[in-house]
Design a protein around this ligand. Structure first.
Ligand SMILES: Nc1ncnc2c1ncn2[C@@H]1O[C@H](COP(=O)(O)OP(=O)(O)OP(=O)(O)O)[C@@H](O)[C@H]1O
Length: 586
């Protein structure tokens, strides 16, 4: 997905993360101070024992015995307090960062360009918004804690080494460049494998997403074995990459130790040489060597933590990828506070990218407020594209559409879409009650909800529910029949009370009688609204004021049902093939 080198990416990701961290810097600094205080108290414990051993056993001029429990308890109480506050403050601060990142991710999801949904499956979106920030930031904050401890211990020991023997310490650093090269190389490899691991995990998420979403199809096709195999293959690949990454990380420890051993052996020889020449005492030698060996442990911890850091940053980069995804373009600047529903389509041309032919090819039409018009034509003729263009989801490549005399290019997208209520071919419902689905994102008015449900011919169903309109409909309306789902979507559109209602194959799942009832109710409710109907079943569109017949992106005929039937062209042929009564008086 990305061609940048992993290193540059990590820096960018870290910088990005720091902008979030900076917002809560006071909390972070407080937590770090508390954690450092915990580390600082640590040496007080052996110091206390030293004091106890050195002077505690001399009866005479020693400190009073009651001081021992008092100091011990105080020390542990303070350490307990600083440990607790450090952990609490760090969790509080990092959870705020997770919250902020998630807010930005959700904001981005709600605004991204439609193209993003070409790769962003629901499962991936959940992963990027829920799991990635939590996993990465929690691990980063935990690692920051050990990083601070190891780094401070290491620096402290280094200072001590300089104090003991300046020249030898400088010499012990001869292997540092080698160590840096080694760590960098291994980091690069961990980054690369970690990136592949992240991608594999995304593929695995998509497989699970498919299996959960299309569970009915999977079972109808008896494809459980097929899906299991698909899953197993990717899960195995992920396991393999995990081992590879961990093994690369694990290589780092022996590698750094071998390089450190090189340094230690050089220094050991030199120190021995110094000692033999009377330049250092045995005590100096032992102290230096002990301190030198003690640096290996924090150094190892530092390299371990850095591996974990890299892994977390890869997860975080995945989340930032969504935040950085391009927003849906909105060239409009004008608001359209009120709308009469007057639509003028002028020589409209729409060509999808990489498509050999135009989906809409020079269409012009006028739809006056309060009119009901219908788009008919073969599958793929361009009807839905007309609607998508009207709503600004697809950009015209030629011509224009005017709403109440204003080009849709000039109107801000949200302002434009506010005036449309659409029931599309693929019904999408929300997990919640019937009422919540009807009133979606709008203030609730129970009387209106009932009126819309009645108009959609769903009220008798609602009345049969023990919970009435509060009845839960399941994920995407899984507890409803296809027709009930369509009727609920119709009720939602009616409730929106926009200037233009669009029904794209909205009643295709209803039986003829039910469809007739719904249509009549819509007509009664519609008042002065402009209605656009798209239907393959021509009985649905007979009563329209004007019917536009689409073919290969063009309008090839238009008129009323009667006019078109009399014309004896394509519409008439379609009517004949569907066996619709050729009644010129609807
Ligand atoms: N997102 C897209 N990218 C590329 N081509 C597309 C896209 N959407 C539609 N098309 C193409 O545009 C043409 C018109 O499609 P459209 O969905 O508007 O047809 P339709 O008349 O609504 O068909 P149906 O009755 O089957 O819904 C088709 O050839 C289709 O393949």
């Amino acid at each position: 997905m990305t061609t940048e080198t992993p290193e540059i990416n990590h820096r960018a990701t870290l910088r990005r993360l720091l902008t979030y961290v900076a917002r809560h810097r006071v909390r972070f600094i407080a937590s770090i101070v508390a954690l450092l205080m915990t580390s600082a108290i640590e040496p007080a414990i052996p110091a206390l024992f030293k004091k106890l051993l050195d002077s505690g056993f001399q009866a005479a001029d020693s400190f009073p015995i009651w001081m021992v429990p008092a100091v011990v308890i105080l020390l542990f109480a303070v350490r307990g307090l600083t440990t607790f506050s450090g952990t609490y403050l760090m969790t509080d601060a990092s959870s705020r960062v997770i919250y902020d990142v998630r807010q930005d991710l959700m904001r981005s999801l709600l605004k991204v360009d439609a193209k993003v949904f070409g790769w962003l499956t629901p499962g991936l979106a959940v992963n990027k918004i829920i799991s990635d920030p939590q996993g990465s930031i929690t691990s980063l904050s935990a690692n920051t804690n050990s990083l601070l401890r190891s780094a401070s211990t290491f620096l402290f020991l280094l200072g001590y080494l300089f104090y003991l023997n300046f020249q030898l310490t400088i010499l012990s650093m001869v292997t540092v460049p080698l160590l840096i090269v080694l760590v960098r190389r291994l980091h690069k490899r961990v980054s690369k494998v970690g990136g592949l691991e992240y991608e594999s995990q995304q593929r695995l998420v998509n497989i699970v997403d498919d299996a959960a979403r299309a569970w009915r199809i999977v079972r109808t096709f008896d494809a459980a074995g097929f899906e299991q195999q698909r899953f197993e293959r990717e899960a195995w690949n992920l396991r393999r990459l995990l081992v590879k990454r961990t093994a690369t990380s694990a290589l780092l420890t022996p590698a750094t130790q071998v390089v450190s051993a090189l340094a230690v052996s050089i220094i050991l020889s030199l120190a021995l040489w110094q000692a033999r020449n009377g330049q250092a005492s045995v005590g100096d030698f032992v102290a230096f060597l002990t301190a030198l060996l003690m640096t290996i442990s924090p150094l190892k911890q530092l390299t371990d933590v850095s591996q974990s850091f890299v892994h977390s940053l890869i997860g975080l980069r995945g989340a930032f990828e969504l935040i950085d995804a391009p927003e849906e373009p909105d060239p409009g600047t004008r608001e359209l506070p009120a709308c009469r529903g007057d639509i003028d389509v002028r020589a409209l041309e729409v060509r999808y990218p990489d498509s050999p032919r135009a989906a809409i090819d020079g269409v012009s039409m006028a739809i006056r407020p309060g009119q009901t018009v219908a788009f008919v034509g073969a599958s793929g003729a361009g009807k839905t594209t007309m609607v998508s263009t009207l709503l600004g989801f697809v950009q015209p490549t030629g011509g224009d559409i005017l709403i109440d005399g204003v080009s849709i290019q000039d109107i801000r997208r949200p302002s434009l879409r506010r005036h449309f209520a659409v029931v599309s071919q693929d019904i999408v419902l929300f997990d919640g009650s019937i009422a919540a689905n009807v009133t979606y994102a709008q203030p609730r008015d129970d009387a209106r909800v009932e009126a819309c449900l009645r108009a959609a011919n769903l009220w008798s169903f609602v009345e049969q529910q023990p919970d009435g309109m509060e009845a839960a409909i399941g994920v995407n309306g899984s507890r409803l029949s296809g027709g009930q789902r369509q009727r609920l979507a119709i009720a939602r559109a009616l409730y929106k009370d926009s200037a233009v209602w669009i029904f794209d194959e909205a009643t295709s799942a209803l039986d003829a009688e039910s469809e007739r009832v719904v249509q009549q109710s819509i007509e009664q409710l519609s008042g002065d609204k402009t209605i656009i109907l798209i239907a393959h079943r021509l009985s649905t569109v007979r009563r329209a004021d004007r019917i536009f017949v689409f073919e290969d992106g063009r309008v090839v005929e238009s008129g009323t049902h009667a006019e078109l039937v009399l014309q004896g062209g394509r519409y008439a042929a379609m009517v004949r093939s569907q066996d619709v009564t050729i009644d010129v008086h609807p």
